[in-house]
Design a protein. Structure first.
Ligand code: ATP
Ligand code: MG
Length: 358
């Protein structure tokens, strides 16, 4: 039996509710198969912690997390705590502190009932976004000059290092090679307007492309890419994008697959020096929090990705079968999927289906 130490940060709002279901899925797998065991350590960090303690997480938070096999995160954000504080002092601190330079986000339609575009079948929307996750537009560099004066200016500097950009592109090319779809990689750019950073991005992309002659490529400006994702999503396979562009396009991707309730993600440190963090794309959704309305599928799909990364592909497949099976019982799903069910009922259904498959 393989044992894993998992750090659990449920965070705020619906993060807490969906995390319960994610953990339930892992416990079910452990009980049913005896193949894996999980030792969970819970951390109450997040916005409530901030309101009580003046900080989002402990000062030695990274030290506390560094020896875990993986970190699970629900969501952070709370009315009353500025979003840029909750993002910077917890999420970005972990992503950057643990050099999780890959943000891995699948965009895959499971049931045509969930797609906002008429006539799209599940196979038509199946792409993986590789978003640069530690620098770019999120580098946090800049400031306000001549504050309060008429000439006041805000500066926000993007940072693209050769080292990280190369590693991100290598990861994306390798995935396009490994993945059995189109062996195609799309690079998202905006080099007509961003004449330093994105021209540099394009240069590295061309250098890397030379090492992967078997991979077909496309380079689109982010605005055109948004349009093509709607017009012909089937032409996308693996997509590599900067931190900001990847963030925006993956919300568009989430919409294509049925909403944020389906959007799973992972912050990966591929070098294995630090733990990776598995986190759904959605936020804390305060307006539906505490009501049992949150769709736990994004979190459970995130758990599936974690199992893949830990090397348990067949358990990961079982989780996916649980998710897919649940979509056949529409009336029992959460309201965003057209049902009358609750967060915990959907978790139960998925665990039930998994136990029948094992
Ligand atoms: P945050 O500030 O933490 O990012 P937010 O208000 O931006 O929170 P998100 O969670 O990012 O909220 O999502 C935007 C909206 O999408 C939510 O308000 C909610 O209506 C919907 N949504 C997001 N996640 C889910 C989910 N898991 N289940 C159902 N609806 C969801
Ligand atoms: Mg949000």
């Amino acid at each position: 039996m393989k044992k894993y130490k998992i750090a659990v940060i449920p965070g705020d709002g619906i993060g807490v509710e969906v995390m319960k279901e994610g953990v339930k899925v892992l416990e079910t797998l452990s009980k049913l198969t005896g193949e894996v065991a999980f030792d969970f350590t819970w951390f109450d960090w997040g916005c409530e912690y901030y309101l009580e303690n003046g900080k989002m997480m402990d000062d030695d938070g990274l030290e506390k997390l560094k020896n875990f096999d993986a970190i699970l995160l629900g969501a952070v954000g709370f009315p009353g705590v500025p979003d840029h504080v909750s993002l910077r002092d917890l999420l970005l601190k972990i992503r950057q502190g643990f050099d999780q330079y890959i943000n891995y986000r699948p965009v895959k339609l499971l049931s045509e009932l969930d797609c906002p575009i008429k006539g799209k079948k599940p196979g038509d929307i199946d792409m993986i976004f590789i978003r640069e996750n530690t620098e770019g537009e999120y580098a946090g560099i800049g400031g306000i000059e001549r504050e309060g004066k008429e000439e006041e200016i805000a500066l926000q500097t993007s940072v693209f290092t050769r080292k990280t950009t190369e590693k991100v592109m290598d990861y994306a090319f390798d995935l396009a090679k490994k993945r059995n779809k189109l062996n195609h990689l799309t690079s998202i750019t905006k080099s007509n307007a961003l004449n330093h950073s994105m021209v540099f991005w394009d240069k590295i992309f061309k250098e890397k492309k030379a090492n992967y002659p078997e991979i077909k490529t496309a380079e689109y400006h982010v605005d055109a890419a948004a349009m093509y994702m709607i017009q012909r999503p089937e032409s996308f396979d693996v997509v590599v994008a900067s931190n900001l562009f990847g963030d925006i396009l993956t919300d568009l991707g989430a919409a294509l697959q049925g909403g944020l309730g389906f959007a799973a993600g992972a912050n990966i440190n591929p070098d294995g020096k630090y733990p990776s963090m598995f986190e759904p794309v959605h936020g804390s959704a305060p307006e539906i929090a505490g009501k049992g309305l949150a769709n736990p599928i994004a979190m459970i799909w995130t758990i599936k990705i974690m199992l893949d990364f830990l090397g348990h592909e067949s358990l990961a497949d079982t989780v996916m079968k649980g998710i897919e099976g649940s979509l056949e019982m529409r009336e029992k799903l959460t309201p965003d999927m057209g049902g009358k069910g609750s967060t915990s009922q959907v978790g139960e259904i998925i665990c039930d289906i998994m136990s029948k498959k094992l």
